[in-house]
Write a protein that binds this ligand. Structure first.
Ligand code: NAD
Length: 356
């Protein structure tokens, strides 16, 4: 049976980078059935809604989703705000599809080691942040502003089952990587963090092969700068994960190279997930063939690894990306002296050529 993949190119550079990711998947030798649908501003222009029902139905009927990015100045002033691409498409898509586990790998690539803001020799890292994506303070109720504007309330709520399922996912990932997991919380202050720690300890007891420790979030923010190489899997709640995954990403120094996955539960043999580059729709360079497609291509590799259990193909794609970079090929965002400037599609072709 071919893997059924919903392809949502979105806006700006989304379609350009997604074309290259699909090109690489087609060249990987796997069997796929790609079906395209509108999302974001492109969907709003065509149908009046950034997340049309047909798109959501296609996603629900697929094994995995490959997404570009949405949004841009053209749609920034739409009223009501719930029809703007980021609010009207991304958030409901995550909620409707129960995408509760957000995975953001951050790896320093040898060919780009000097792009990191950290000193060479202190910036080598290969970690993944596993962030809880559908609970915590971003979703907790009550949330309100006093009528006179004098105060505001957000609520941080976590249920045991939410912590349990994200912890189980993170331990499974640690087992497939370096067998080391750091759970990050603020247990010295927050009750939700104390529950978090308790549940993580219970899941850790069932996974004796993984070396587990706890770290306070403020310390973790510091340790990421001091010695990012110490981490393998960082497991954390929604808001801390939002901040720490951005921090870890930036240590690699190149936005155009960062992939992500948002996973739900298993659906038959496959883990249902949405895969997208971390970057946005980059309207400033859209349509010019200047976008770096590697984040989208690496997101496709994550899809092979996590949704389709095909680590071998994922490894091949990742090695091909490193090989193209080692050969000195660069899109404009990472171009430097003594390297060769290539377009979006030339970079995609180079990755295909390097796949063995
Ligand atoms: P952005 O990530 O789109 O761009 C930031 C800068 O990085 C720009 O200079 C851009 O040219 C560059 N850049 C980004 N990706 C690149 C790539 N692959 N290759 C080369 N250069 C790249 O962030 P922004 O400018 O803050 O946002 C632009 C639009 O994207 C906004 O409408 C925003 O809401 C939306 N956005 C969407 C998502 C998403 O769909 N998940 C995520 C972030 C931002």
């Amino acid at each position: 049976m071919p893997h059924k993949v919903a392809v949502l190119p979105g806006d700006g550079i989304g379609p350009e980078v997604i074309d290259e990711a699909v090109k690489v998947l087609r060249a990987s030798g796997g069997a796929f059935e790609f079906e395209y649908a509108l999302l974001g501003g492109a969907a709003y222009d065509e149908t009046g809604h950034p997340l049309p029902a047909a798109t959501l139905d296609l996603c629900k009927a697929s094994d995995a989703i490959l997404m570009g990015a949405v949004g841009g100045p053209k749609w920034d002033r739409i009223e009501p705000v719930t029809l703007r691409p980021e609010i009207g498409a991304l958030l409901p898509l995550r909620r409707e599809l129960n995408l509760y586990a957000n995975l953001r790998p951050a790896k320093t690539l040898r060919a780009l080691v000097h792009a990191s803001p950290l000193k060479e020799g202190r910036n080598m890292m290969d970690l993944v942040v596993v962030r809880e994506l559908t609970g915590g303070i971003y979703f907790g109720q009550p949330r309100h502003r006093a009528a006179d504007g004098s105060s505001a309330v957000d609520s941080c709520v976590y249920h045991r089952y939410e912590v349990e399922r994200i912890a189980e996912r993170a331990f499974a990932i640690a087992k497939a990587r370096g067998h080391k997991l750091v759970s990050v919380d603020k247990a010295n202050v927050l009750e939700t963090s104390r529950l978090w720690r308790e549940v993580v300890d219970e899941v850790a007891a069932k996974n004796p092969g993984v070396s587990t420790s706890h770290m306070l979030v403020d310390n973790c923010a510091m340790q990421l700068i001091r010695d990012p190489g110490q981490f393998d899997v960082i497991l954390t709640e929604n808001m801390f994960g939002d901040i720490l995954s951005d921090e870890a990403s930036m240590i690699t120094g190149s936005l155009g190279l960062l992939p992500s996955a948002s996973l739900s539960d298993a659906k038959g043999d496959a883990v249902f997930g949405l895969y997208e580059p971390v970057h946005g729709s980059a309207p400033d360079i859209a349509g010019q063939g200047r976008a770096n497609p590697l984040a989208a291509i690496l997101s496709a590799a994550m899809m092979m690894r996590y949704s389709f259990g095909d680590g071998e193909t994922a490894d091949r794609v990742e090695a091909a990306v490193e090989a193209a970079l080692s050969e000195g090929l660069r899109t404009a965002d990472i171009f430097e002296k003594d390297t060769r400037l290539v377009s979006t599609s030339e970079m995609g072709d180079a990755v295909v050529a390097k796949m063995v």
